[in-house]
Design a protein around this ligand. Structure first.
Ligand SMILES: *Cc1c(COP(=O)(O)O)cnc(C)c1O
Length: 455
């Protein structure tokens, strides 16, 4: 491969055949997951109403390599291996001596990394005889990914879409419907929890935490129905590790090795996907790299949240996990990176942060859009608003290299394209985007409501 190559394309025959499970290499295991009723550690059977057993076993597995089923790899061939690019033009625009590489996950049918887990989740459910899946979606990316995957394996998919997003993103909804899924604005009248929320506030804009409660309630009540989550859980992070494993092979082709790895974090899955295989190498005695998680300043779970046991949903139906959380009742302000508006962080990402294996930083949305526009003008790809946080993080590192005169190698995950988010770009160009601050009072209140756990 010549020095000036821009794209590093991995042959399909080299697509990874296993997912990488970081639980195998941890110096200490993450804290136990607790039952919401008894507050005692849960076992696989407790999760059986919601998930098929194969996924539950992956959730608790400590095997380093977990095989990717052949039918799943066949579907992946629609867009994987995903390309790795060297951002020559962005480097030039920044005048940095750093080398910037980005892994591009926007080439999937849904336009983001989410099908990497939607496809295996749908497949394992279909194998287990499940007929219907329920889920939630905020920005619509997870919903469209599960709609796509469910349709491939003959599953009925019902998606509780956060009310504001349902109203503001008609094209994401149209995409989910194109794949055959049914979208319901959340809070809805279809669940007991949704009705309770609406009784209290008929014009409630919804939140991911509420939509999760609705989707979980339906799955828990029907034998032929299971629930699917697009982030946060160990098995979701596991499925995303194909990103980092491919990037490793592609960087070998480029003859490079990253010093800094950057990803954006909502629930933590695309970040884990690019970073965990590299962190694993380090844990097994390999090179130590800087791993940087970038989150929105308006929903700063990793940088401002408390590391504590909390619920995954607002209705308190999910198990309790120890994670960096803003409190399950926290409703983030309405900024544009909908996929990053979740109150908690993946327990595994939180655990690694506590172990000092990664750093976290937060930026406001205007600075992230500015970075995204600069990236689009240099590299051609328009990033999703979520991905703009990773772009911003990478640019900050590249400018630090410039100031310090260091030619480090930076790798970041461009987790999705922004073709369904152009209204946000229009608002940015019209000067209508403002930096949203959350209310300190509301945050304090949400944190004061954390469950008390004596483990
Ligand atoms: C869902 C989504 C995210 C946030 O989820 P993570 O689990 O943190 O990756 C980020 N970017 C895009 C494009 C998404 O679709």
């Amino acid at each position: 491969m010549s020095q000036s190559a821009t794209q590093y394309h991995l042959d399909a025959s080299r697509m990874p055949k296993h997912w990488y499970n970081i639980a195998a290499d941890l110096p200490s295991p993450p804290p136990a997951v607790l039952h919401p009723g008894t507050m005692q550690p849960i076992g696989p059977a407790d999760l059986a109403p919601l998930f098929p057993m194969e996924l539950i076993l992956q959730e608790v597995s400590t095997e380093r390599e977990i095989p990717i089923p052949e039918p799943v790899r066949e579907v992946f061939k629609l867009w994987r291996p995903a390309p790795l690019f060297r951002a020559h033009r962005l480097e030039k625009a920044l005048g940095t001596p750093a080398k910037i590489y980005y892994k591009y996950e926007g080439v999937s049918p849904a336009g983001s990394h989410k099908p990497n887990t939607a496809v295996p989740q749908a497949w394992y459910n279909a194998q287990a005889g499940v007929k219907k899946l329920t889920t939630e979606t905020g920005a619509g990316q997870w919903g469209s990914s599960l709609a796509f995957a469910g349709n491939l394996f003959g599953l009925d998919v019902t998606i509780f879409q956060v009310r504001v997003s349902y109203d503001q993103k008609p094209y994401r909804r149209a995409l989910m419907e194109t794949y055959g899924a049914r979208c319901v604005a959340s809070p809805s009248n279809e669940t007991q929890y949704g009705r309770a929320v609406l009784a209290d506030r008929p014009d409630h804009p919804g939140s991911l935490g509420i939509a999760i409660s609705e989707a979980v309630e339906i799955a828990a009540q029907h034998d032929d129905t299971k629930y699917a989550l697009g982030s946060v859980l160990n098995h979701v992070l596991l499925h995303q590790t194909i990103i980092g494993q491919e990037a490793m092979l592609q960087l070998e082709m480029a003859g490079d090795d990253p010093d800094v790895i950057v990803g954006c974090t909502g629930g933590g899955s695309n970040f884990a996907g690019i970073a965990f295989p590299f962190i694993g190498q380090q844990l097994r005695g390999g090179k130590k790299r800087r791993i940087v998680a970038v989150e929105p300043a308006a929903c700063p779970s990793l940088t401002r949240g408390k590391y504590a046991y909390d619920f995954g949903d607002t209705g308190h139906m999910t198990p309790l996990t120890k994670m960096h959380t803003l409190g399950s009742t926290f409703t983030p302000p309405g900024f544009h990176a909908g996929g990053l508006r979740y109150h908690g962080m993946a327990p595994m990402v939180s655990h690694l942060k506590e172990l000092g294996l990664l750093e976290a930083t937060a930026y406001h949305q205007v600075a992230c859009f500015e970075a995204g526009v600069m990236f689009a003008r240099a590299e051609g790809i328009v990033p999703a608003p979520e991905a703009n946080h990773a772009v911003k993080g990478a640019i900050v590192e590249a400018l630090r290299c410039k100031a310090e005169g260091r030619s480090e190698t930076i790798l970041f995950n461009l987790c999705g394209h922004g073709h369904f988010d152009m209204a946000a770009y229009s608002n940015y160009f019209a000067g209508k985007l403002t930096d949203q601050s959350y209310s300190e009072e509301e945050l304090a209140m949400a944190l004061s409501g954390l469950p008390s756990v004596s483990v």
